[in-house]
Design a protein around this ligand. Structure first.
Ligand code: GDP
Ligand code: MG
Length: 440
């Protein structure tokens, strides 16, 4: 998927204009690429429809290259579909909070139970009890007990001959009596979706009233994971999804499908076999993975910055001619903050790497940039064009308007002179110290 989609977007980046046919062609490729990533057909269809709609409309926007626009739209829409950040386990309830794990056999329920218990104990300082409800494989209960011993986390004592819902009730009782904050129920799975597993899970749910029901699903199962998630949600009711084996999945397709089909948030991801390999789910990272470009976020930022590329070029031209007024400076300051500070701007202009460090040393960060823009905004058009007319009374008026001290206005003017001088020097090919800027 990665190379393919990367290739499409590259090709688009090199094109001049984006027609409806261009968008359609791109969407055909995106569609094929998503299918290769094992995103389910329905999801692919609705996703590409949404993107196509937006992409065609977006051609109206000026100054962005068509390819950058498509990158941005595909990326944004992926994130929107995957959900927002910070959807994690809800601990806002009366303890003991019951969290139930469901899913197919081998999906990682027992491992995830231990991982989550560890996180809740170590990070959230909760008192946790784990209970295995897997009565079908004797080794399964022992597996959880061993993990508990390793982590120094309590597990419910094993009592032979009980039904899963009886164990669930016992766990609930032990949770109350023992003053536990959280009780984790690790249920049994089967190798395929079947009715018995569903009704058992439903019975446990009725017995234990869990606050969270988490579907633990292997991200490598792809298309099947969607049916799994749908059935569990319909029959048992889910509050969230844990995707496991994300460490072995370069595609991320399952995340997109499951999220879209169930509407349930992906709350955690498993990234390894060890009990510390549990992470929060970050849609933007998975979106980047699905797009196959680790760099996609910076690409998107570049696209936004390029909206002003034309303007910047015009300003640069004026600088070279020594016509650098406060309007130009304002433009530069905005550009700077958009491009993540001074580095971006400096990158655009040749031969000024020295200045970069000096400006950084002067503490020209985003906060200061905003303040300076506010000052310029408080000036009249005439003042911006001809800063030399700024005498004491005008400065006082501007300072009041921008909520700054007159001193700030002076600093800004000094910096402007420094920049204007430098631009002139660059324009004539001379080099010299940039003291004026460093001191501003
Ligand atoms: P259960 O049958 O659902 O309880 O699955 P288990 O918790 O017993 O896990 C089955 C196998 O998957 C074990 O070998 C685990 O070590 C492994 N496993 C679980 N989660 C992850 C994960 O996030 N990454 C990797 N690489 N392996 C995992
Ligand atoms: Mg298990």
């Amino acid at each position: 998927l990665s190379e393919r989609l990367g290739g499409i977007l590259d090709r688009l980046t090199r094109r001049g204009a984006l027609t409806e046919a261009d968008v359609d062609a791109a969407m055909r490729e995106v569609r094929r690429a998503l299918l290769e990533a094992d995103v389910s057909l329905d999801v692919v269809r609705s996703f590409t429809d949404k993107v196509r709609e937006q992409a065609v409309g977006a051609t109206v926007v000026k100054s962005v290259t068509p390819g950058q626009m498509v990158v941005k739209i595909v990326h944004d829409e992926l994130i929107a579909t995957l959900g927002s950040d910070g959807q994690t386990i809800d601990l806002n309830a009366v303890p003991p909070i019951i969290i139930m794990m469901v899913g197919l056999q081998g999906s990682g329920k027992t491992t995830t139970t231990a991982k989550l218990a560890r996180r809740l104990t170590e990070r959230d300082k909760r008192k946790v009890l784990m209970a295995s409800l897997d009565i079908y494989r004797p080794a399964a209960m022992e597996q959880l007990a061993v993990l508990g011993r390793d982590l120094d986390i309590k597990t419910l004592p094993i009592v032979a001959g009980q039904k899963p819902e009886q164990i669930a009730r016992r766990a609930l009782e032990a949770g109350k009596l023992g003053g536990y904050d959280v009780v984790l129920l690790d249920t049994a799975g089967r190798t395929t979706l079947d009715d018995e597993m569903m009704s058992e899970a439903a019975n446990i749910k009725t017995a234990a009233h869990p606050h969270e029901v988490l579907l633990v699903a292997d991200s490598l199962t792809g298309q099947d994971a969607v049916n799994l998630a749908r059935s569990f949600d319909e029959r048992v009711g889910l509050t969230g999804i844990v995707l496991t084996r994300v460490d072995g999945d370069g595609r991320g397709g399952a995340a997109l499908s499951m999220r879209q089909v169930t509407g349930k948030p992906i709350k955690l991801i498993g990234t390894g076999e060890k009990t510390d390999a549990l992470e929060d789910f970050h849609p933007s990272r998975i979106a980047g993975r699905i797009l196959g470009m680790g760099d996609v976020v910076s690409l998107v930022e570049k696209a936004s910055a390029n909206i002003d590329a034309e303007k910047a070029a015009r300003t640069t031209e004026r600088m070279r001619k020594g016509q650098f007024d406060l309007n130009d400076m304002r433009e530069q300051l905005l550009q700077m903050s958009k491009m993540g500070g001074i580095s971006g701007l400096m990158g655009m202009m040749p031969g000024v790497s020295k200045m970069k460090n000096q400006m950084a040393a002067a503490g020209l960060d985003d906060r200061i940039i905003k303040r300076q823009v506010a000052v310029i905004d408080s000036m009249t058009r005439q003042e911006r064009k001809h800063p030399e007319i700024l005498k004491a009374s005008r400065k006082r008026r501007i300072a009041a308007g921008a909520g700054q001290k007159v001193e700030e206005i002076n600093k800004l003017l000094k910096m402007h002179r420094g920049m204007a001088d430098m631009m002139k020097m660059m324009g004539t090919g001379k080099r010299g110290p940039l003291a004026g800027i460093a001191q501003a």
